[in-house]
Design a protein around this ligand. Structure first.
Ligand SMILES: [Zn+2]
Ligand SMILES: [Zn+2]
Length: 261
């Protein structure tokens, strides 16, 4: 991770301070930089992040899978074939600024095409965003007991709502590329478990590349704990499968979900 704090350390004087502030504000406005307000017992420290400059990856991040009680992984698949260049770092920048509203008190860990946020009062939830050529994947994983379940459900809904709002906004910004939009998908378990399905790019039946997975779009907001999917690529018994906890991204067991502006 590359964390740059006090970028203009060697600049002094009020004129330079004003210049520094306006340059940073402009970079923040255009999503090249994100400020994270880190609250200590009696002071607030500001850390600066430059998501677009990150080159180091973290292989463990790509292996993270939600456990049974967590919402299943959610995938934003970009319909015209690729995630527009620069969209992911801008999304991450905005989330760094917005997530402190969601009890995110620790600064995030950023990698090349990956971001790891710790959410919840006790940092008991991991939120990982992974960007590949065609899609952005969300993994939400809890590490606490059942007492935290309700908080986690409500948090997952808020996280998804916030990310979708930001993605919508960014897609509009990229309108000059024409028709930038995405489908919300899940990865197809029928194809994943079928030994007959081979990834065409890598010629492997067990390819785990995010861009090779067969994705199935979610038709509407999901409220049921168990959702039935049909894979048109498969034939017979295993072409139907059910997925649990997709609804945890959409409905909360608490009566009210606060949608952030
Ligand atoms: Zn499939
Ligand atoms: Zn592959």
């Amino acid at each position: 991770m590359q964390l740059i704090n006090k970028v203009f350390e060697d600049l002094h004087g009020s004129g330079k301070e004003a210049l520094q502030r306006s340059v940073l504000d402009m970079m923040e406005k255009y999503g090249f930089l994100a400020k994270f307000h880190h609250h200590h017992s009696n002071s607030t420290e500001i850390k600066y992040f430059f998501p677009a400059q990150l080159r180091v990856s973290h292989p463990e991040l790509w292996k993270l899978t939600p456990q049974e009680s967590d919402p299943c992984s959610l995938i934003f698949n970009f319909c015209n074939g690729f995630v527009p260049h620069g969209l992911f770092p801008q999304l991450v920048s905005h989330l760094i600024t917005l997530f402190p509203k969601l009890e995110c008190t620790k600064h995030p860990k950023l990698y090349c095409n990956g971001a790891h946020f710790l959410l919840g009062k006790k940092s008991q939830f991991d939120l990982v965003l992974l960007c590949s050529k065609h899609c952005i994947k969300l993994v939400f994983k809890g590490y606490d007991t059942d007492s935290e379940q309700v908080a986690g459900n409500s948090l997952a809904v808020q996280v998804r709502t916030l990310i979708e709002q930001e993605l919508e906004r960014l897609c509009k910004q990229w309108h000059w590329l024409g028709n930038v939009h995405y489908d919300v998908c899940i990865s197809c378990s029928a194809c994943e478990s079928s030994s007959a399905t081979q990834c065409k790019r890598h010629k492997s039946a067990s390819c785990l590349d995010q861009d090779c997975m067969h994705l199935l779009p979610i038709s509407s907001v999901v409220n049921e704990p168990v959702t039935l999917f049909t894979c048109p690529e498969q034939v017979g018994e295993h072409s139907r499968f059910t997925l649990t906890n997709l609804h945890k991204w959409y409905s909360s067991s608490t009566s009210e979900v606060t949608v952030l502006e």
